[in-house]
Design a binder for this molecule. Sequence first.
Ligand code: KG4
Ligand code: ZN
Length: 334
Amino acid sequence: MKDKYILAFETSCDETSISIIKNGYKEIATVVLSQIDIHAKFGGVVPETASRAHIENITIVIEEVLEKAKMKIEEIDAIAVTYGPGLIGSLLIGLVAAKTLSYIYNKPLVPVHHIAGHIYANNLVKPLEFPLIALVVSGGHTELILMEDEYSFKYIGGTVDDAVGEAYDKVARVLGLSYPGGPVIDELATTGVDIYNLPLPMDDSTFDFSFSGLKSAVINLNHNEKQRGNEINSANLATSFQNRVVEILTKKTMRALKKYDVNNLVLAGGVAANRGLRERLTELCRENEIDLTIPDIKYCTDNAAMIGAAGYYAYKLGRRFDGVLKAKPTDKLN
Ligand code: KG4
Ligand code: ZN
């Protein structure tokens, strides 16, 4: 079969990213322009600022990725774009750029759900094998997804309140650490001791998660210790927090694998970069003879390579925009 090249766009949050992927697994070129420096001083992403930065950057990133790949748009087979979920203003910039190129160059336009992209980041490591369970952990999502076949997604559980990455970012803010908090807490957690008595959140028989209670426990502990004139040990608190997060995520994931009789696990989303989570899952999967795939660190946080990987399979399935181009800030994975 002739090679298929997908030009992929990802602008759902604060990364302007475009990539060219061959046959769903081979990265030809990717450019990721992060806005972290712009948002860091506010301790989180400012939506209006993010959209403006996407507008300023998008044409530069298109030119750069084509130059890097030494390709022309004429050589592309289809254009894939994240249509949601994400920040509406940010999504729209990627959508409008992708739609314009698709119209001018007469290329099929393929909509990709952001979480499908995160899961397919694993296809850049090795071909997905089914059935599989995906543990999706990011700044906006914490979900367990069952895939029985290519590009088919069944939701089996997820957070009822905060996403796990969101909890990391909020805890970091309380501790006076920089944004994004995940990598900072992850780093600190390697130096501390688990001495703080934090709860294991939503430790029940469901496949759902809850992180707002754990986040509040950290905030209250910090507040109470300060009132007593005691200094909180940030490293110990980071370790205690991370241990609880890793324990509940891995506990429910391993149970889901057993219940659905699945031997393949893929990890996805920004929090998949977490060292504690990667190590513990690797250990548990080895013990239980589960085949675990984890994306390279650079494909864990938002990037267009993962959208190109997912976009290839969506393209093969015949998914196309039906003429009505809509950004969907919240949308079920399908
Ligand atoms: O997937 P992503 O780039 O954006 C969303 O789709 O949300 O994930 C970003 C999230 C942030 O909350 C960030 O703090 C978290 O991923 N993150 C981490 C680590 N690296 C990034 N959380 C824990 N440990 C890490 N090493
Ligand atoms: Zn993401």
